[in-house]
Design a protein around this ligand. Structure first.
Ligand code: ADP
Ligand code: MG
Length: 565
């Protein structure tokens, strides 16, 4: 087949431009991205071979190799992993599948105007393209395990790439960067220096579980075999979660996080858990510092990987954490599971369910601790993940108290400081038994609601709930620490202290006085309403519509109607 030339997708082209003009000042990370891809490819091959013994693939010495050619100024990262077919190269390397990329590029542009672009870049699958930060041309040669022909992909990172079928390609993938001309002023980015490569691998990829090898320069070692020295292995390959806490630096944890999550930013929180006893496992979990753009879409991939005795089993293991903790990334390594375990089996497994319960509690208690000890970090957490976490109030009754305890809400008490329920309860007025809230679309619209008048008048604090999920959980949960959660827009609300005889008498008198008017109004409105009654909840507005205590709120009614119920 002749060489074919293809155009990059628009989004891909925009990303490439970003890479070539390198908005990211730390270019070294391109090597981490290539090594990370190679490592994934080796994981995938090992797994595929395990599932399909007949697969014609060599898994005897899975490893990653880095080659430097000083004369040609090239750097090659090679793996003997799963490889890609012709079609896959075009699909995976030529395009950006992530649907959020357009949004990302838009935000990136805005952030750039404000000077904060760097942090945004890592969120999307720009991994492979980062090679263009260091190279003016990239070549990828690959053969998928089990297939006979290979594929060569080349690009100068501009508008097009080429694809051709090639023979005699070893299984796996090699990516060759033709490095940009050396900058005599800046030796820091000399990627033809073995010293530099060793440093980068040590820094970013030490924990990779496959050996990363590099040929030693002749003469680098003394002794008889100085002519052809053994390649050196650059990484220690130690699983971070199996090492003791004191042994591992925060930086090392963070690099593992970046490898797993494909995020370039530091995580907000690192969580470790070692379970001993009959069912042993180790977990190393991370809370990201930003919610990904696709967190609420069906395409969102969870971030917890399952290992069995240090061997990677699967990505995206949904059985390990409940859906409302889907933003948590990390690794869980179990000692006693079959390497052949499937997703279906996991969902049923009693041990996995025990793990899920324990991990869930651990994450929630970590958030609780963050809340008491690091208010600012907790603030970030809640801003990014509060909405997702609240789903748990509806779906996980066992932990709803723990979730409520770490939740915070906008309140009439302060303009921009959210409050926790505990703080609300502490501020409750004498004689106030319930926690009052109002739901709606925006703070502004509900703050000005007539339902709020009497509360404002009497200085009673009201929680302002504006997430769609708020409509649902307030009904499921019902109370917090023995205090009822009550909507200001539902049922009869008597804000005057009960047993106040004068007030009671006053009201009886008013009822008599207005009986005629109320009756007439009831007749006029007829079927549209249930009843007309005098209210103590209004101070300025003459009238408002109130739901029965057990009715659906208007927003929920709309939601159900939209769902066709
Ligand atoms: P990501 O790793 O986040 O998916 P990348 O841009 O780094 O994004 O890679 C895109 C895709 O190309 C990968 O998901 C993978 O399917 C494929 N790929 C990249 N490098 C390799 C490799 N060395 N071996 C096999 N597939 C690869
Ligand atoms: Mg990648």
């Amino acid at each position: 087949m002749p060489t074919e030339t293809f155009e990059f997708q628009v989004e891909a082209r925009q990303l490439l431009q970003l890479m070539i003009h390198s908005v990211y000042s730390n270019k070294d990370v391109f090597l981490r991205e290539l090594v990370s891809n190679a490592s994934d490819a080796l994981d995938k091959l090992r797994l595929e071979k395990l599932r399909d013994d007949a697969l014609d693939a060599d898994v005897s010495d899975l490893h990653i190799e880095i080659d430097i050619d000083k004369e040609e100024r090239t750097l090659t990262v090679r793996d003997n992993g799963i490889g890609m077919s012709y079609e896959e190269v075009g699909r995976l390397i030529g395009t950006i599948a992530n649907s959020g990329t357009a949004t990302f590029l838009k935000e990136l542009k805005e952030a750039k105007d404000e000077g904060g672009a760097e942090g945004l870049i890592g969120q999307f699958g720009v991994g492979f393209y980062s090679g263009f930060m260091a190279a003016d041309e990239m070549t990828l040669v690959t053969r998928r395990a089990g297939e006979s022909h290979g594929t060569r992909w080349t690009s100068r990172g501009e508008a097009t790439y080429t694809l051709e079928t090639v023979d005699d390609v070893p299984q796996g993938t090699s990516v060759t960067l033709h490095l940009k001309p050396a900058d005599p002023e800046n030796q820091l980015h000399d990627y033809t220096s073995p010293w530099k490569i060793r440093e980068i691998v040590k820094k970013y990829s030490d924990f990779i579980t496959w050996p990363i090898r590099m040929d030693q320069e002749p003469g680098a070692t003394d002794g008889e075999d100085a002519e052809t020295p053994e390649p050196e292995t650059l990484n220690s390959m130690k699983a971070l979660w199996a090492r003791s806490r004191e042994e591992v630096s925060d930086d090392e944890y963070h690099e593992l996080y970046k490898h797993i999550s494909h995020d370039w930013r530091e995580p907000l929180e690192t969580i470790r858990l070692q379970a001993e006893g009959t069912f042993e496992y180790q977990a190393l979990l991370f809370v990201p510092s930003h919610a990904p753009h696709d967190l609420f879409t069906r395409e969102y991939k969870r971030g917890v990987q399952l290992y069995v005795k240090r061997v990677f089993i699967m990505d995206d293991c949904e059985a390990l954490l409940p859906p409302y903790l889907r933003f948590v990334k990390g690794v869980v390594d179990a000692a006693d599971l079959s390497l052949n375990v499937s997703r279906e089996i996991l969902q049923q497994d009693r041990h996995i369910r025990m793990m899920q319960r324990r991990l869930t509690k651990k994450v929630l208690s970590t958030v609780k601790e963050m809340m008491t000890k690091e208010a600012e970090r907790y603030g970030t957490f809640w801003r990014e993940f509060g909405t997702v976490l609240k789903e748990g109030l509806v779906t996980d009754s066992e932990n709803s108290d723990a979730i409520l305890a770490v939740a915070s809400f906008a309140t009439t008490h302060a303009d921009d400081e959210p409050t926790t329920l505990t703080q609300y309860v502490e501020r409750m007025k004498d004689g106030q038994d319930d926690i009052f809230y109002i739901t709606g679309e925006s703070r502004q619209s509900i703050e000005n609601s007539p339902h709020m008048e009497a509360f404002r008048d009497k200085g009673i604090e009201v929680l302002l709930l504006t997430d769609p999920v708020d409509e649902v959980w307030v009904d499921t949960v019902g109370e917090y620490q023995g205090k009822r959660l009550r909507s200001v827009a539902k049922g009869e609300i008597d804000l005057d202290a009960e047993g106040d005889e004068k007030a009671e008498g006053e009201r009886a008198k008013q009822a008599e006085e207005y009986a005629g008017l109320l009756g007439w109004m009831g007749e006029q409105l007829g079927e549209d309403i249930k009843e007309v009654r005098l209210s103590t909840r209004l101070t300025v507005s003459p009238a408002c519509v109130v739901s029965d205590a057990h009715d659906l709120t208007p927003a929920l009614e709309n939601m159900y109607r939209a769902m066709g119920q």
